[in-house]
Design a protein around this ligand. Structure first.
Ligand code: T1G
Length: 681
């Protein structure tokens, strides 16, 4: 298949790229574009050129799969320069997404037209790099620094209408007549005596603009290297001639593309897409239509889960046992939507549309015609079984019954129904209307259709889904356990709460283990009826009446604005608790804290893999990125372990094993480390 074809439409040469699925600018496309520009130059009958994408989109950027390999010429910067140097006007005809190198090709064109639904952006920063084919130098010259800087540093695309408003698009054309309208536009401009050339423009910045932008965005950009490089490249566009600015862009690009952060972010780009591929499910696996969803439980989780479907336009029947909690649940859903509307992310009309799709009820039978029912009731197996047995008798045949359980055995739940092949776990993370991660837990008998439907539905409700098999805590919470266990052990050995948390904050987590415990509530899973003295620090604090943020005192003390301060009282309680257990106190350095918190997580992830409870190591990275805030610039726990070296991880685990009660080294991890292998390769 020829990636680039040309045809003449009168005096216009139409250059079409057909490189599915997203017209990535791979070597065949680059070579074809260069040849097409030469063809136009050599043909006196050609007065203008239109470049257009076949299929779903204009060029969606360089071919990311080529990164890290020897790149066959011509490089994209060279092709872009050939386009811009054309003496005959070149018109970019844009639909779908013009992203990265795709937008850079369009910027080198003399004119740009787009359909209303098109989007344009420079997302390179999300891959840990920056636009490397002139985007940081041309975009500010075309649309101005004020519009260009946020586009390049955020990487977020803009719609065609906004692109037109800032001068990035010359004309919005018919949604269904892009090629014809682009050709007509080409004829319109072909007669002009001169044509706009982006690189000859000038980019001006107000004094102090870049430092102000840095301050405004410091928190969001913390830890990532690429955003700062983007700012420097745009700054160069305002202080250097074009060619020198291009040299600066190239220097910054090469440094980033060979760095660990870009390798990690590119790993995550493909990891998120790989996660949707399920063993035993193919593109032909039939999907079950989900026209109506039932949710049991209108608590925090049930209400949050309901919002995902309501926001996607899917009607929800929300069941509670009593009117008061049902009313509270509905009120909380409305309150959350209204808060979103207040931030300008929803209109009042959209709030009403979503609320109109919600049917609160106390009648179990109202779930009968739902295509999917999700229970979010108390996390106790006996209750789950009772609920599923009842659902099985009420809900229509062919409907999917799902549990939102965080830990419990889906197979055991499925066994109380007559439809184990239609039972699945849909583990949402709290707050369910915010967190992107969804763990899809496949039971031994869950059918491929049910799995495929759950995965397709996850995309519809804008979740990042990962398939896990049944084990205690599935993927995320199972790996969280050793981290929390080691955090407690380190406390008892002499490390302070705030020092342990700080190690993870410095690593890039949004909060440390004890800040997280205070947020969740120290009494989760704590049974006040247990009379024996507390075994865990957290239970000891619960016994003393401390509940975390919810009552102002936990591992930390909280003021009315929830600002946290270390608690001397808790520090003493921990020292006394350790003394009663006869644990010698010692100073523990930050490296040991980091290793004992994170290496056992890598080990648990390797155990999950060797037990077949996750399909691939990159799935585990996606879980920890989207469920717990693992810093993206390290690629996730498994990619991070590969980066620092599995031999280093195993050596650390072996060193700390005597202090890690019940620790078992993963054979997969040990073998990979011994053989110089990687978990994510
Ligand atoms: N290169 C290679 N493969 C790509 C690709 C790309 N740029 N973009 C997508 N794919 C694959 C993807 O892996 C998946 O494969 C399939 O296409 C469908 O993608 C010099 C250096 C365009 C908005 O960062 O944002 O240009 O899983 O599932 O949800 O300055 O893909 O089917 O085997 O995401 O409809 C800059 C990345 C590159 C855009 C479509 N460009 N892509 O979303 O489909 S760097 C990007 C996207 C660059 C220059 C620099 C999205 C999309 P598979 P998909 P989608």
């Amino acid at each position: 298949m020829t990636a680039i074809t040309t045809r003449k439409d009168g005096d216009v040469l139409v250059v079409t790229s057909d490189n599915p699925p997203v017209n990535a600018l791979g070597v065949a496309v680059r070579q074809g574009l260069a040849a097409a520009i030469a063809e136009a130059a050599a043909d006196p009958a050609v007065k203008a050129v239109v470049i257009i994408g076949a299929g779903r989109t204009f060029f969606a950027g360089a071919d990311i799969t080529e990164f890290g390999k020897s790149m066959q010429g011509p490089g994209l910067p060279e092709v872009v320069d050939l386009i811009e140097a054309s003496t005959k006007p070149v018109i970019a005809a844009i639909h779908g997404t013009a992203l990265g190198g795709g937008l850079e090709v369009a910027l080198a064109c003399h004119y740009r037209v787009a359909v209303p639904s098109a989007k344009l952006g420079l997302p390179e920063v999300k891959l840990g790099i920056l636009p490397g084919a002139g985007g940081t130098q041309r975009l500010p010259r075309v649309v101005g620094v004020e519009a260009a800087l946020p586009m390049i540093v955020s990487g977020d695309p803009i719609p065609a209408r906004k692109a037109e408003a800032i001068g990035l698009i010359d004309r919005i054309v018919g949604e269904a007549s892009l090629e014809a309208d682009a050709i007509a536009y080409a004829r319109e401009v072909a007669g002009k005596s001169a044509h706009p050339v982006a690189s000859r423009g000038e980019a001006k910045a107000e004094p102090g603009m870049f430092d102000h932008f840095r301050q405004q965005n410091a928190r969001r950009l913390k830890g990532f290297e690429a955003p700062e490089a983007c700012i420097q490249a745009v700054e160069a566009a305002t202080t250097l001639p074009f060619d020198q600015g291009m040299a600066k862009e190239r220097e910054l690009f090469m440094k980033l593309v060979t760095g660990d952060q870009s390798k990690a972010l590119r790993h995550l780009f493909f990891a998120e897409r790989a996660a949707s591929k399920i063993d035993g499910v193919t593109a032909d696996t039939p999907l079950i239509p989900i026209a109506k969803v039932g949710i049991l439980g209108a608590g925090t989780m049930g209400g949050g889960i309901a919002m995902n479907f309501l926001s996607a336009g899917i009607p929800v029947t929300l069941l509670e046992r009593e009117q008061a909690p049902l009313d509270r649940g509905v009120a909380l859903i409305r309150k959350n939507y209204e808060a979103t509307a207040k931030k300008g992310r929803m209109t009042a009309e959209q709030v009403e549309t979503a609320m109109a799709l919600l049917t609160p009820t106390l009648a179990f039978d109202d779930l009968a015609d739902c295509d999917l029912v999700i229970e979010a009731v108390f996390e106790l197996m006996a209750i789950k079984k009772e609920v599923f047995a009842r659902l099985d008798g009420v809900v229509k045949q062919g409907a999917i019954l799902a549990s939102n359980t965080s830990y419990l055995d889906i197979d055991e739940i499925a066994a109380v129904t007559q439809r184990p092949d239609h039972v699945i776990g849909l583990h949402f993370f709290s707050p369910a209307n915010v967190m992107r991660l969804l763990e899809i837990v496949r039971g031994a008998k869950t059918s491929p259709s049910v799995l495929a439907t759950a995965m397709a539905l996850s995309k519809k409700i804008r979740k990042v889904a990962v398939v896990a098999c049944v084990c205690h805590g599935f993927i995320g919470n199972r790996m969280l356990a050793p981290r929390q266990q080691q955090g407690n052990a380190l406390l008892l050995e002499g490390a302070r709460v705030e020092d342990i948390d700080q190690v993870l904050l410095d690593f890039g987590f949004p909060m440390g283990p004890f800040q997280m415990s205070d947020l969740a509530g120290l009494d989760i899973g704590w049974d006040p009826n247990n009379s024996h003295p507390a075994e865990k620090v957290q239970d000891m604090l619960c016994e003393a009446g401390l509940r975390g943020q919810k009552n102002g005192h936990g591992f930390y003390d909280y003021d009315e604005k929830r600002n946290r301060t270390p608690s001397a009282k808790v520090e003493q309680m921990i020292r006394d608790f350790a003394a009663r257990k006869g644990i010698a106190q010692r100073r523990i350095d930050r490296q040991e804290i980091l290793e004992r918190l994170l290496y056992p997580m890598v080990n648990e992830g390797a155990l999950i893999l060797e037990e077949g409870k996750a399909q691939r190591a990159s799935d585990i990275d996606i879980v920890w990125l989207n469920g717990y805030g693992w810093p993206a610039w390290t690629g996730g726990p498994m990619f991070w372990a590969d980066t620092i070296g599995l031999d280093v991880v195993v050596a650390g685990l072996e060193k700390h094993a005597p202090k890690m009660e019940g620790f078992r080294l993963s054979k997969l991890l040990a073998d990979k480390a011994a053989g110089g292998g990687k978990l994510t390769a």
